[in-house]
Design a binder for this molecule. Structure first.
Ligand SMILES: [Zn+2]
Length: 152
């Protein structure tokens, strides 16, 4: 009713250290740790430099992106368990720029947090596509799959 459903950026991240106030009125929202602005602040350099340093495998830069996975994994795992999701689709500049680190790291961390009986099959990272196109394709795939029980 408030158009904020699915606003993953404002779920609470399990973080240590000083609390980070958010514009939403809470502290330690996920966005305060993994957004472009948060990564720049934590790295102490412009985002473009972080992208370049990760590409060159600078340890501090790579560790920062691995921290992104550490923040995201428990949140996504809880959503997967709660809703019995079979896939998670991620997009956006952070996952696009750092896909080579985020994909294996996040996939491994998520799977460690899941029970045996959830349906989770795969993590997908999509680049340069609109979320509506991804969502439409997903719904069409699901609707026409043999596993679907939403057919008319
Ligand atoms: Zn917030």
């Amino acid at each position: 009713s408030n158009n904020v459903a699915g606003e993953l950026g404002h779920v609470t991240a399990m973080a240590q250290g000083a609390e980070r106030p958010c514009v939403c009125g809470k502290t330690n929202c996920l966005t305060k740790f993994i957004s472009l602005e948060a990564l720049e602040a934590d790295y102490g350099k412009p985002y473009g430099q972080l992208v370049e340093d990760v590409r060159r495998k600078e340890p501090k830069a790579v560790a920062l992106i691995e921290d992104v996975c550490a923040y995201l994994a428990p949140i996504l795992a809880n959503v997967i368990i709660l809703l019995d999701l079979d896939r998670i689709i991620l997009c956006g500049c952070t996952v696009e720029h750092f896909e080579s680190i985020i994909y294996p790291c996040l996939d491994r961390k998520i799977r460690k947090l899941l029970s045996y009986w959830v349906s989770f099959k795969r993590l997908e990272i999509h680049t340069n596509v609109k979320i509506t196109a991804i969502s439409s394709r997903f719904l069409l795939d699901y609707y026409f799959s043999t596993e679907s029980d939403i057919r008319l």
